[in-house]
Design a protein around this ligand. Structure first.
Ligand code: T4K
Length: 399
């Protein structure tokens, strides 16, 4: 037991042999009916219409807009480009307030355009931007606010809306994690000036690579639609700086196919979430993120907070132990965007203004879920955690 000293592999509980023969990953793709997907791909090939607003992309956009109740959905090649295009279309410049506790794509989409991301601290209860800390960051150069709906929940939309209104700022949401989720009974997708979804392979609902912007603003939607196609307004006329943000037909085929299985995917996540709830109950020092059962959620991330004062074993050592058992837990979003380049060099003291972000970055661990994980596997993962914590003194001595 925990015999090794030098490498992650040496840490494995069962004498060097991992508990799972194959790696269990966070973000293993959910895949719907393969035959239906392949039929759609065959149609694409027969039709010889592969990209540039093809029929499947149009069908996909309509399905998504109807599902979330937004007026417009513009499908994109990924959420990062969708963020870049939307922030540009909204006229963001100067400074924009964003949380640092997010995937680095959120601030990168701004910095890519030489807009300064001003990092705001988070609310430790939901890991989302703390509206109470936004106003102190507003300067004459501030043009907007981006909230990030993390883990399948939503930010405090109402508080952000009223701050934006008071200061005449535009605001939007990075909803990469929160497709198929609701907030106060309304589907995420039509809050703020616009919302962005990611349909990357690792998201519970994927289009291989992909993303979308949704909005109720007709003018904004029209502008974004042109900007994702180089700014072309006709065959020979360009009216904006644009880029290539188009979703291709194969991605739309995957999206339409997976959309037909969306409740199966959510049920699998929920089933695993319930198993994790049961398996983690009573393990001291571990808190599983909770969801408001009155709202819709996708349960796509199993998010734990490790209180090292109680577990007596560090979050990082627990992650290493899990990896040794082929359980590829992740430390999203360690170490925080403000500790990554170029932000680390630009704002070396940012951490002093982000105490909650700093704490949460040291505590969070994300465990595997999705249709390829079974509740039995989830329970075994909990047993590994329980075993490691019960034997904390042995483990910490042996490494
Ligand atoms: N905003 C937020 C809040 C986001 O979380 C993200 C993306 C974005 C914006 C930008 O969205 P996109 O531009 O990507 O549409 C992964 C994803 O690549 C990224 O989309 C996601 N967030 C982020 C949270 O996770 P990494 O760097 O952790 O990826 P990677 O390659 O380590 O993959 C994660 C795990 O998934 C691996 O353990 C293996 C598994 N995997 C992955 C792929 C691609 C598979 O089993 N099969 C696969 O095909 O970023």
């Amino acid at each position: 037991m925990f015999k090794g000293k030098n490498s992650v592999e040496d840490l494995a509980i069962c004498g060097g042999k991992p508990l799972f023969n194959e790696k269990l990953h966070v973000g293993r793709p959910n895949i719907g009916d393969q035959a239906k997907f392949l039929d759609r791909v065959k149609d694409i090939l027969d039709r010889k219409w592969l990209s540039n607003n093809g029929p499947l992309v149009q069908e996909f956009e309509k399905k998504i807009a109807d599902y979330i109740g937004a007026k417009h959905c513009i499908a994109m090649c990924n959420a990062t480009i969708a963020l870049e295009i939307t922030t540009r279309a909204l006229g963001f410049k100067g400074e924009v307030i964003v949380p640092s506790f997010t995937f680095v794509a959120t601030p990168h989409s701004l910095q890519w355009q030489e807009i300064t991301p001003v990092f705001c601290d988070i609310d430790p209860r939901n890991h989302c931007i703390d509206p109470g800390k936004i106003e102190a960051l507003i300067t004459p150069r501030t043009t907007g606010i981006i909230g990030v709906h993390l883990w399948g929940s939503a930010c405090d939309v109402e508080a952000i809306r009223s701050i934006a209104k008071r200061h005449n700022l535009k605001f939007m949401f990075d909803a990469a994690h929160s497709f198929a989720c609701s907030h106060n009974g309304k589907m995420v997708g039509s809050f703020g000036n616009a919302e962005i979804f990611s349909f990357h392979a690792t998201k519970f609902f994927n289009t291989l690579e992909g993303g979308a912007v949704t909005t109720n603003d007709d003018d904004l939607a029209a502008k974004i639609r042109l900007m994702k196609n180089f700014g072309f307004s006709g065959y020979d006329s360009v009216i904006y700086i644009g880029t290539n943000g188009k979703m291709n037909e194969t991605s739309a085929a995957m999206g339409l196919t997976n959309f037909e299985s969306i409740s199966t995917f959510i049920n699998a996540n929920k089933r695993n979430y319930t198993a994790y709830q049961e398996g983690l109950r009573g393990i001291p020092g571990i808190r599983l993120k909770t969801y408001n059962e009155q709202e819709k959620t996708n349960y796509q991330y199993i998010v734990l907070e490790i209180d090292e004062n109680v577990t007596k074993i560090s979050r990082d050592l627990l992650v290493n132990l899990l990896h040794a058992e082929n359980i590829i837990a992740r430390r999203y979003f360690y170490p925080g965007c403000h500790r990554m380049e170029p932000y680390k060099s630009y704002f070396p003291h940012a951490g002093m203004l982000l105490p909650e972000t700093e704490k949460v970055c040291q505590k969070v661990m994300v465990l595997p879920t999705g249709a390829s994980i079974t509740p039995a596997e989830a329970l075994m993962i909990c047993s590994v955690l329980s075993f490691a914590i019960e034997n904390a003194s042995l483990v910490t001595k042996s490494v």
